[in-house]
Design a protein around this ligand. Structure first.
Ligand code: DGT
Ligand code: CA
Ligand code: CA
Ligand code: ZN
Length: 590
């Protein structure tokens, strides 16, 4: 459903650019509505748009004739002309200004019109000059927040979120696989290791026709610049907006570098190991080789003083680890954090192990899926359990449920579950952990829920001590099963809470609470290092998609990769348990 997502993002950008260029409210609203409707679609629109099936498109709820025409244009040309025309009018840097948390189109337009601000740098200069403070509604506190947000964004650098790089790499691998001569092709680097952000995408290819590979790579749709085109390495920069790629989030760089390395088929394993990294892992491996009188490089593992220079191992990665006398290290563990010294590596969690999602929203709060739509998607994934956890009353912007509405919802979910075959749907809540650590419903109501996910949403700039206290209090509440996105961080956008993780982990174990890995690629919260500490201590972990849209179910892989980076095994992951074990645990708190 990458096409739906791409289209939805393009319409959201059209709305923003219309607003910046002073279009009327009606057009802005229409584009925003189209964006929301596309994101909410549960049907893959790409085949319909490719087939120019206007009738089938407009038969879907929320898609009018105008939207359908643009979808067809997108499927055929890879872009929407209205989007391109607006892009020519709005400076790219201005869209970056718009991505600063707390800055909306109205304010940014004012900055552009009155102060000629066209980039984050311009904005910094104008703040320094004091002119921004003279704009309406710009108090000292607001400006302070903007400066802090810019600093945070700049300190996290120009890297792309895992969830945005992943579909791009996959589509390039598919593209290169089709080229005559290709023997093997695979992405490597930080992406294969499942890092939360990606500096550049590294693609490895073995081929009998290097010229064809090079030519095809440097002329793919989306290429904006060819930085190098040599016999073994080509580098390009690509924009992130072609049709089959999930469109870039506005807070990320406009382009990404992609390196293609052409390597000999016979030393595929050695090359793949070398270019998968991490650098630190490679350095540690090479040291280990030297200690045993061997040399390791991207062509293979060689015995020193061997005149013929035949490699001991080079065809597969496993062969190299075996020849070095250590366990084969999965890509996500290649971090030089003890994986080389550990005799028996853990049996890591995998995507296919996940059998439940325990944190999902519906149209009752801010989700776009009905109960039935979400249940159908969960069942199609082979899940045995789905928890409905809409927002609680304090999350007013997210249309959180007042106690009366929640009571009705519990009944409706139970009734639905009775009639729906093949999936157990349970009634829960994503209840706010308020600033003082108390929960957003009274104890009786919490206890009436099948599952309680308690999450912090507001007050995310609290001091570490206060954050620890707040989260501890939620963990200690007898009705709570899971702490959702425990720190509230947004990757490259918001640091979030910095509680004492060891204290939280110890308390979670004591009170039999699971800590969540929120699988959304903006969050990945808990992060890998926290998970590693939790797993080592034996703390239960949940991996949830925090579903708001149909496409959010696809984020599961990012939660799993992050779990792997934290050495997570299926026995500690409540979503990997079978039906009876999971429900026995949920019931044990009632
Ligand atoms: P990134 O792109 O910043 O997200 O991180 P990586 O790990 O993808 O780094 P990148 O793209 O510079 O290089 C890809 C892999 O190639 C890296 O993980 C290990 C390997 N590699 C590249 N340069 C060197 C080097 O100078 N020494 C060693 N040992 N390995 C290297
Ligand atoms: Ca890379
Ligand atoms: Ca690279
Ligand atoms: Zn949520």
């Amino acid at each position: 459903m990458a096409f739906n997502q791409t289209a939805s993002n393009l319409f959201a950008q059209i709305a923003q650019m219309l607003e910046l260029t002073g279009s009327d409210r009606f057009r802005v609203n229409a584009a925003n509505k189209a964006s929301r409707e596309l994101k909410a679609q549960t049907t893959d629109l790409e085949p319909l748009a490719k087939a120019e099936d206007v009738k089938a498109l407009t038969a879907l709820e929320g898609i009018g004739k105008g939207t359908a025409t643009k979808l067809i244009e997108l499927a055929q040309t890879g872009s929407i002309s209205e989007h391109q025309e607006l892009s020519n009018q709005v400076p790219k840097g201005l869209m970056e200004v718009l991505s600063i948390p707390g800055l909306g189109p109205k304010t940014v337009k004012l900055m552009w019109d009155d102060l000629k601000i066209e980039s984050i740098n311009d904005l910094k200069n104008e703040i320094a000059k004091g002119s921004v403070a003279e704009l309406p509604r710009m108090g000292a506190k607001t400006i302070e927040n903007i400066v802090a947000a810019i600093e945070f964004m700049e300190s996290s650098g120009d890297r792309l979120h895992l969830g945005l790089a992943y579909p791009i790499a996959q589509s390039i691998v598919e593209h290169m696989r089709e080229i005559p001569g290709t023997q093997r092709v695979q992405y490597a680097g930080s992406l294969r290791r499942g890092e939360e952000t990606i500096g550049d995408i590294d693609i490895l290819i073995a081929t009998t026709d290097p010229d064809a590979a090079k030519e095809s790579f440097t002329t793919m749709p989306g290429v904006t610049r060819v930085l190098a085109s040599g016999d073994t390495k080509s580098s390009i920069r690509s924009e992130l907006s072609s049709a089959n790629e999930r469109f870039k989030d506005l807070s990320t760089p406009a382009e990404i570098q992609i390196d293609l390395r052409i390597v000999p088929a016979e030393s595929w394993g050695a090359a793949l190991a070398y270019f998968t990294g991490s650098k630190d892992h490679n350095v540690a491996l090479r040291k280990l080789a030297i200690k045993q009188g061997m040399t390791l490089n991207e062509y293979g593992l060689f015995r020193n003083n061997d005149d013929r220079n035949d490699p001991i191992a080079c065809e597969t990665e496993e062969g190299i680890y075996l020849a070095l006398g250590i366990a084969s290290v999965p890509p996500t563990l290649r971090q030089d954090r003890g994986e080389i010294q550990t005799e028996e590596l853990p049996h890591l969690i995998e995507l296919s192990d996940i059998k439940a999602d325990l944190h999902t929203h519906t149209t009752d709060s801010d989700g776009k899926l009905s109960l039935k739509e979400s249940a159908t998607l969960a069942k199609d994934r082979g899940f045995h359990t789905l928890a409905i956890t809409d927002h609680s009353q304090s999350s007013a912007i997210a249309n959180g449920l007042k106690p009366d509405r929640l009571k009705k919802q519990i009944k409706a979910v139970h009734k639905f579950n009775d009639s729906f075959e093949g999936l157990t749907v349970i009634a829960g809540s994503e209840v706010d952990i308020l600033v003082d650590g108390s929960l957003d419903y009274d104890d009786d109501l919490l206890n009436a829920l099948d599952i309680v996910v308690a999450s912090p949403h507001a007050g995310l700039r609290a001091k570490p001590k206060q954050a620890t206290k707040r989260l501890l209090k939620a963990i200690e509440h007898p009705s709570v099963h899971i702490i959702g996105h425990p720190t509230g961080r947004l990757i490259q956008r918001r640091a979030g809470l910095e509680p004492d993780m060891n204290e939280l982990i110890a308390a979670a174990i004591e009170h039999d609470v699971a800590l969540e890995i929120n699988a959304h690629w903006m969050r990945l919260d808990l992060r890998d290092t926290h998970i590693r500490a939790a797993v080592e201590a034996g703390c239960k972990i949940a991996i949830n998609c925090d579903v708001h849209h149909a496409s959010d179910y696809d984020n599961l892989i990012f939660g799993v990769l992050t779990g792997q980076r934290g050495w997570l095994t299926p026995d500690l992951c409540v979503n990997a348990w079978d039906h009876d074990k999971l429900h026995a645990w949920l019931q044990s708190k009632r």
